[in-house]
Design a protein around this ligand. Structure first.
Ligand code: BMA
Length: 864
């Protein structure tokens, strides 16, 4: 049925009698129906059965949809599915082509993504070989097509075999020991990562379509931002136009905001082949795009046409937010700064690293993108780093970041592995990065291009330091040629207004010392080095792009991939399958004992692991913000998950907020009060990311765990824009273990108010957490319906830490959670949920830190 309509649509265009001055306008038809797939039988004599397939998609999802494999994420199924990567697969569909279609000068097959070693056949004639999942593949198939039914086949060679074949051709591979898998360009995380499973897949993972055009088609439109300022924006609308033959044409652009458009045009003379056309534009008093928290995110539309007279050969629309972006790297007393200046404003970058949203990218939905990115925005993040071991995301992803004002540190897709140095590889990379820059450069959210993830560091990993000098020389030369050569040049040519950084982390090859810091840092002594959280405070990076600690997702997420027996402990075989960091569960357990003790049961462990993670990252994030402007950015590892797993994420695979996401909302607040023990005193810092001074009221109370205030300090402040400063300092000797006060029985509560409203509050303890005499919690709750939402009022007669509200299987969104309850000071949480009040009440569960550990012994132990 649908195939017929594909025919119909193409042919009726002819009938409509569109004038063919320059022939007909470019047409494109999605090729996403009627596909089938099968394993390419090793023995052609025993062909395997065809099954329905989805495009875009991949072979794992097609096997799953046809119930030929079990759910890859469930329990330990991953191991049972490894055979798939070693098989060859073929896809086919029938193209009904009308004579009208064949009347066009060009009839092209376009694949936006083939993962990854594939041969394409039309009527059994090979028309194309693809070998890079990150490129768009276009081929004119008019010579192979005939009117009527045409067979199209795509054959995917096992990526394992394909990569080995390419690697074998590299005379240096044996000496550089470069991993075979890097020889074909493919999402690296498919081979497994320390948070992700191994599913090395194949498939038509991005849309495919058949395109017809005649005289000209628009390949790409670039809104080249030459000079952007409040009074005037000077941009070039640059269009790459492919023409079939020489001839005059007219380039027009209609551009503006919210439909208020202006037009501009230019007569041009097209040459057969690629034409780079430029139309300079000036926009008076432009509405500038700002990161979240600094202004609005207006997106201009640029509607471009190429044609002549009334005939339009092709048209395209580009969207762009007008903004100037500078990566300021000035020498200063701490080394060389690393700060993003957006529209002249130094912006403190705060957020998390983003990994792929699923092990099978083609099934990621818009709703998933929006949920995760809105969660980032709602947690006061203004920046994400799009990590280099996955894949370049869809336009949708970047559109949502543009809309929400989330800046992107965009890695090119090279993750950790050392990369080949062959000339073919360099050319492959050039094609890939040029294509990716061209299709992503108009997004205002992309504020930096970065060469790779940790490949510069990797030069010293895996025994490479022991390789012979000549081999190391060759390897470093190849590295520089690609990451400070090919890619740097491509960015400078195709998107000069957006900064480029060779690698994350890097200092752009500048020598560093503890006193002289330059570039970005990945700090992994905490977690991988198993050192205490306060290690973070010994680092003074100019910009932090990775640091992290793991936790388990909540019970509902664990139940999605386990049976009850798998939840006997965190060390059951299935729980260990869903922990990809070597000894990860032991590391969490080790820190748990170090900071809190042994949780009383499995679900308490899940909860406590999240609090532990959140408290750990809080230590790092607040330190980084307190040392502003020495540090101008903190990005923690990681925001999201690609499957249900124990990992460093703050949002689990289903987008559910872990404790860390709620903590992030607090430690990334534009105004942060951050009490800190240093040099024998309690110093209360206030950090502001605001762009104007703020009048505020600061209060510090030293209280006992039952709420008696032992000391109170307060003052009115004017907090300068973009600043961090300590405003209150009290020697510990004046109150901790002084006058018979037991430091383990008191805490400090700092809060900041603006116009009488609380904007930030924070707690500090004077002994290690484990030693605080945390009383058993008696938390009172009052859940009421207010309008379309609910309000939960929580209160406790004594200090209750990290109070977690949950409703079992019921979905609910919380304005806050994992909150500290000060004695006698109720907290209200706004809740939205499709469930009814009585359902929520019946399923409500309140957990606090004291509950997670066996009461008596804990108290006993603390006393010791
Ligand atoms: C860094 C990241 C990731 C990894 C993380 C945790 O290396 O770049 O590769 O998942 O640490 O180990």
């Amino acid at each position: 049925m649908l195939r017929r309509c594909i025919v119909l649509f193409v042919s009726c265009m002819g009938l409509l009698g569109v004038p063919s001055l320059l022939g007909q306008q470019r047409q494109s038809v999605e090729l996403n129906t009627g596909w089938e797939f099968r394993q390419l039988a090793p023995d052609a004599a025993k062909p395997v059965e065809w099954h329905p397939a989805k495009v875009p998609g991949d072979v794992h999802l097609d096997l799953l949809d046809n119930k030929l494999i079990p759910d890859p994420y469930y329990r330990d199924n991953e191991a049972k599915l490894q055979w798939i990567e070693n098989a060859d697969w073929e896809y086919r569909t029938t193209l009904q082509v009308s004579p009208e279609t064949l009347s066009h000068q060009h009839v092209e097959l376009v694949f936006e993504g083939l993962d990854s070693a594939a041969d394409v056949y039309v009527n059994d004639q090979k028309v194309m070989t693809a070998d890079n999942a990150f490129r768009k593949w276009r081929v004119d198939v008019k010579p192979q097509l005939k009117a009527g039914a045409n067979q199209m086949r795509v054959v995917f060679i096992s990526p394992i075999k394909a990569a080995a074949k390419v690697a074998a051709k590299d005379p240096w591979q044996a000496r550089t020991k470069t991993d075979e898998k890097t020889y074909i360009r493919k999402p690296a995380y498919e081979y497994g990562w320390d948070w992700g499973p191994r599913f090395v897949t194949s498939g038509i993972w991005r849309p495919a379509h058949l395109e017809t055009w005649d005289a000209a088609r628009i390949e790409n439109v670039y809104i080249h931002q030459l000079d952007i300022s409040q009074p005037l924006a000077r941009v070039n609308m640059e269009a790459d136009v492919v023409a079939s033959q020489d001839g005059p044409a007219k380039l027009t652009v209609s551009y503006g905001l919210n439909g208020k458009n202006k037009d501009a045009s230019q007569n041009v003379f097209l040459r057969a082949g690629m034409n780079h056309l430029t139309l300079p534009l000036e926009i008076d008093r432009p509405e500038l795009w700002y990161p979240a928290g600094y202004g609005a995110q207006p997106i201009y539309q640029f509607h471009v046409r190429i044609g002549s007279g009334k005939a339009v050969a092709d048209e395209a629309t580009a969207k762009a937010g007008l903004r100037s972006i500078v990566l300021r790297r000035d020498r200063d007393q701490w080394g060389r700064s690393f700060e993003f200046i957006v529209n002249g404003i130094p912006v403190y970058g705060k957020g998390a690293d983003v990994i792929p949203f699923d092990s099978f990218p083609s099934r990621v939905t818009t709703a998933q993108y929006r949920s995760v990115l809105e969660s980032a925005r709602d947690a006061n993040m203004n920046m994400i780093r799009h990590w280099g071991g996955g894949y370049y995301e869809t336009q949708e992803f970047y559109d949502i970041c543009d809309e929400l004002g989330i800046m992107i540190w965009q890695d090119f897709m090279f993750g950790n592995d050392w990369q080949p140095g062959t000339y073919d590889f360099k050319q492959q990379v050039e094609e890939e990065v040029r294509y990716q820059i061209e299709q992503l450069r108009n997004h205002p959210s992309i504020v930096l291009w970065s060469g790779n993830n940790e490949t510069e560091l990797a030069f010293h990993w895996a025994g490479r330091d022991q390789l012979p000098q000549d081999v190391r020389l060759r390897m470093w030369q190849d590295y520089l040629t690609v990451f400070s050569g090919v890619i740097a040049r491509s960015v400078a040519e195709l998107n000069p207004e957006t900064p480029y950084w060779p690698s994350s982390p890097s200092s752009d090859y500048e020598d560093q010392t503890p006193e002289y810091q330059s570039g970005d840092l990945h700090e992994w002594n905490v977690w991988h080095g198993r050192v205490n959280f306060d290690e973070y405070e010994t680092h003074f990076p100019r910009f932090m792009t990775e640091y992290g600690f793991q936790s388990f997702p909540e019970m509902r997420t664990i139940e999605a991939f386990t049976k009850p027996e798998d939840r006997a402990s965190i060390f059951t075989p299935v729980m260990l399958v869903h922990q990809k960091n070597n000894e990860g569960n032991s590391i969490i357990h080790d820190y748990m004992l170090r900071y809190y003790g042994e949780p009383k049961d499995f679900s308490s462990f899940l909860y406590a692991s999240q609090v532990l993670q959140a408290e750990g990252i809080k230590t790092g994030a607040e330190h980084l913000r307190r040392i502003r402007p020495r540090n101008m950015g903190g990005i923690y590892w990681q925001l999201n998950d690609c499957w249900p797993v124990a990992s460093w994420s703050s949002l689990d695979y289903y987008g559910r907020w872990k404790a860390l996401q709620y903590y992030a909302k607090r430690f990334y607040a534009p105004l942060l009060v951050s009490p800190h023990l240093e040099d024998g005193k309690l110093a209360v810092y206030v950090v502001s990311d605001k762009t104007s001074p703020t009048n505020a009221h600061l209060r510090l109370r030293i209280m006992d765990l039952q709420g008696k205030t032992l000391r109170q300090e307060q003052q009115d402040l004017t907090i300068p824009a973009g600043s961090s400063k300590s405003y209150l300092e009290i020697p510990l000797s004046e109150f901790a273990n002084a006058n018979g006060t037991d430091a383990a029985a008191i805490f400090g509560a700092a809060d900041l108010q603006v116009d009488g409203k609380p904007v930030s509050s924070n707690i500090v303890y004077f002994v290690p957490t484990k030693l605080v005499h945390l009383p058993q919690a008696e938390i009172a709750t009052d859940l009421t319906k207010q309008g379309d939402a609910y309000v939960l009022r929580l209160s406790s007669p004594a200090l209750a830490r990290s109070v977690y509200v949950s409703f079992g299987e019921l979905d609910a969104k919380f304005s806050d959670n994992y909150v500290d309850l000060l004695p006698g000071e109720p907290v209200e949480i706004k809740i939205t949920s499709p469930a009814a009040l009585d359902q929520l009440k019946a399923n409500m569960k309140i957990t606090s830190l004291a509950d997670a550990f066996a009461p008596p012994s804990l108290t006993g132990e603390a006393a010791k």
